[in-house]
Design a protein around this ligand. Structure first.
Ligand code: HBI
Ligand code: FE
Length: 270
């Protein structure tokens, strides 16, 4: 705590305490990893698979944050810091803006293999960290952190949070090999990894920044709409400008339900 009694970044950072993981917990990691390996082959984008390999995130055991940080530092100058759970928005954005990714340490129980609402180490490390080894995506995440701090000051966090949701968490990408997954909420979920690419139900539309920021989302079910980018460069470039004017414009525009499709939406066919 500082002199004003408010909390600092360091109040939320803990030790991973890797030696305390039990055999059962390493086993749960292995089960989740192996399940996703089979599904994500041909479904996740190449950058995700390359990131897993480059960072040596493997099936055998829960990764050690220290080793991940060593490897990430060399590639993109990111590091992993351990946190107990969700951290307040200002702390979360400050960490990202400093190229520090906050990861939870605990792993879900066996009766929670298919779904849990809060992030655990499988979601945070397996889902998020591989793309931090990609230089462009790594820069996007830092830029998002800086944008987050600005959005908080301007009172537009709700709009910016949708960008994170529909890209970092649930994004799809067009590649030469076809439509692929890059969002961590998908790559860490067995059911949604298949649903997002193969089910006829959800809408898949071309990424458009203002459209994304106007679209509400559901946190407790598969998504009803996915936004598709053409490249990480395109995503980075689209979100590079100062958002102040976008936020002004958004104040007079209405939000969309995730189930709604507009005539100007560019549908991506599967
Ligand atoms: N904390 N540990 C953690 N992980 C998150 O993804 C996270 C958070 N705090 C806030 C937050 N996300 C959201 O505000 C952003 O998704 C916008
Ligand atoms: Fe996440």
């Amino acid at each position: 705590m500082n002199v004003n009694g408010s909390k600092n970044q360091s109040d939320y950072i803990i030790e991973q305490d890797w030696d305390r993981y039990t055999e059962e917990q390493h086993d749960i990691w292995s089960t989740l990893f192996e399940r996703q390996r089979k599904i994500l082959h041909q479904r996740a984008c190449d950058e995700f698979i390359e990131g897993l390999e480059a960072l040596d995130i493997v099936e055998g055991q829960i990764p050690k944050f220290e080793r991940l940080t060593q490897r990430l530092k060399k590639r993109t100058n990111w590091e992993i810091v351990a946190v107990p759970g969700l951290v307040p928005d200002d702390i979360f954005f400050k960490l990202l803006s400093e190229r520090k990714f906050p990861s939870t340490c605990f792993i879900r129980r066996r009766d929670q293999m298919d779904y849990l609402q809060e992030p655990d180490i499988f979601h945070d490390i397996y889902g998020h960290v591989p793309l931090l080894a990609n230089p462009i995506f790594a820069n996007y995440m830092e830029q998002y952190g800086k944008g987050g701090l600005k959005a908080l000051k301007l009172g537009h966090l709700d709009h910016l949070a949708r960008l994170y949701w529909y890209t970092v968490e649930f994004g799809l990408i067009q590649t030469k090999k076809g439509l692929r997954i890059y969002g961590s909420g998908i790559t860490s979920s067995k059911g949604e990894s298949i649903y997002c690419l193969e089910d006829q139900q959800p809408h898949r539309i071309l990424f458009d920044l203002m459209r994304v920021m106007r679209t509400k989302y559901k946190i407790d079910d598969f998504q009803e709409i996915y936004f598709v980018i053409n490249s990480f460069e395109e995503l980075f470039d689209a979100t590079l400008p100062d958002f102040t004017n976008y936020y002004k414009e958004l104040e007079s525009l209405k939000d969309f339900e995730p189930s709604v499709i507009l005539k100007e939406d560019q549908k991506i066919l599967i």
